[in-house]
Design a protein around this ligand. Structure first.
Ligand code: ZN
Length: 213
């Protein structure tokens, strides 16, 4: 499997284009305002309508989901994510299932950062096997940043972790955690798994050994 890391810049999340034996899988889709750059990157990798088999969203935040409805139409593909974040993308409210954020913050965020509303095609949960899409990898449930946060763990020990970890200045646990207990449990779980490299939602990939807990 080839991994193309697509760093869109600004506050847009990274996208990861995975080339499998059956075509492509895209992990996260960035912010809508970075669409042109993303499309160019997909095109240069040879990703086109007919070979993008799946879009996996690590969670429902707008900086990860901004282009997925557009890409689903253009590439005639499917969008999957954890059921617990469905409401975020169906209502366009990133606080739909979150505890944090008072009403004023919620209103400001929801006015300035509108999520494109869409319906995912089907939910994926812990253990979901991506073999059918040509990828030797499984979904791991990693709640904490949001309730429905997931990672994708390949048989080679690569973890696409969404926003559980970030690497803006150095590898660390995300500064935005909605449920600390769940996040701690997710980190503990990761430390028990066979992981080599972490591909975060923000910043460059890093070896798991650089996370100190
Ligand atoms: Zn997020």
């Amino acid at each position: 499997m080839d991994i193309k890391t697509i760093i869109l810049g600004g506050v847009s999340a990274n996208c990861y284009l995975l080339k499998t034996e059956k075509g492509f899988i895209l992990v996260d889709t960035g912010r809508a305002n970075r669409r042109a750059k993303l499309e160019k990157e997909l095109e240069s990798a040879g990703c086109r309508p007919g070979n993008l088999n799946l879009i996996i969203l690590t969670h429902g935040d707008f900086d990860h989901t901004g282009n997925c409805a557009y890409l689903r139409d253009k590439y005639n593909t499917k969008i999957v994510m954890h059921y617990d974040d469905f409401g975020m993308v169906e209502t366009g409210d990133m606080f739909w299932n979150r505890k944090a954020g008072n009403r004023i913050i919620r209103r400001i965020v929801n006015v300035f950062f509108k999520i494109t509303k869409f319906k995912p095609d089907f939910p994926v949960n812990e253990g979901y096997d991506l073999k059918e899409y040509g990828l030797d990898a499984k979904i791991v449930s990693l709640p904490g940043h949001s309730k429905g946060s997931i990672g994708i763990l390949t048989a080679d020990g690569e973890l696409f972790c969404g926003d559980l970890f970030m690497n803006n200045s150095k590898p660390s646990i995300s500064s935005i955690i909605d449920n600390q207990e769940e996040a701690d449990a997710s980190v503990q779980k990761i430390m028990r798994l066979n992981i080599r490299i972490v591909y975060p939602g923000h910043g460059q990939p890093f070896p798991i050994s650089s996370i100190k807990i």
